[in-house]
Design a protein around this ligand. Sequence first.
Ligand SMILES: [Zn+2]
Length: 291
Amino acid sequence: MRAPSAGRSAAALAALLCCTLTACGGGSSGGGGGRTAKSPAPSATSASPSAAPSPAAPTLPPGPGGAAPVFSHGKRNGAKQVALTFDADMTADQGPRAARGERFDNPALIATLQRLKVPATVFMTGKWADQYPDEARSIGADPLFEVANHSYSHYAFTTPCYGLPTVKPGTARADVERAFDAFRRAGVQHTVPYFRFPGGCHDDSVLREIAATKVTAVQWDVVSGDAFAKQAAPVVTQVLSEVKPGSVVVMHCTHSAAPMTEEAVRRIVPELRARGYEFVRVSQLIGEGGN
Ligand SMILES: [Zn+2]
C-alpha cells in the first residue's frame, strides 16, 4: 500500500472521515495500493461473468493463484489520458431513505457528462440499479459510458472498512454476481467486467474469492474528495493537482453524499482539456496496459 504523500494527507484524511460517515467508496488516497497485477499487459481473452458483461472489454490476466487482478492506473508514459470514474453508491439497507426522498442518483451529473461529451465509467451498485432502473438503463445505453460493478450491497469485502457493514463470510462472489444480475434485470447495456470494492477495501483472500467472476478489480490513483464536499472548489483543486497521464479519478454519482460533483466536473473538464488531456473510459486504459 502506497503511503499518501504529505501534501495530500489532509485531503485523504477528510475523505476517510467522509467514508466513515457515509460508507462511500473511494475513501483513501493510495487506493491503487493493495496488490497490482504482475503483468501490465491486458489479456487477449475476454471475461464473461454470469450476467454477461460486454465481451469486448479488455481485462488483466489473473494474479497469483488465479486471484482477480487489480488495476489502479494506466501508463504514465503514454498519451495524456485520464479516466473519470463515478461510484453510484447505494447500500442495500438505504431503500427506506430513498423512499423518504433522499436522492442517491444524480441525473444532472450524467447530463453534464453528456453535454460535455465526457466518456466515463460508472461503478454502480446493484442496489442502485434496482432503485433507479430507468437511469441505470439510460446510462448503459449511452455509448459515452460503461457500467462496472460496485457490488450489490455496498457492504465491505474486508474488515475494517470505514465502518461499513461487512458481507457475510463466503458471500463476496455472490454479491458481485448479484449486482450483474441486477444490471441485467434493469436492462443495462454496455456492462464491463470491472469491479470496485466498496471503500476500495480488499486483500489477497477476497481477490481469490471473487476470481471466478472473472472481474478485474479497479482502484484509483486520484481521490477527488467529492464525498460530502460542501464546495466544488477544493474538489477541483485536488483533481487538477493530482491528475497524471493514465490517472483513474474516483468521484461519485450520488447527490446525497456528493452534492458538489456536477459543478466540480463542469470546472475540471475544460481545464484538463486545456492541458491536453483526453477523457477515456477505464476499459481504454486497461486495454493499453498500465500500473
Ligand atoms: Zn462506494
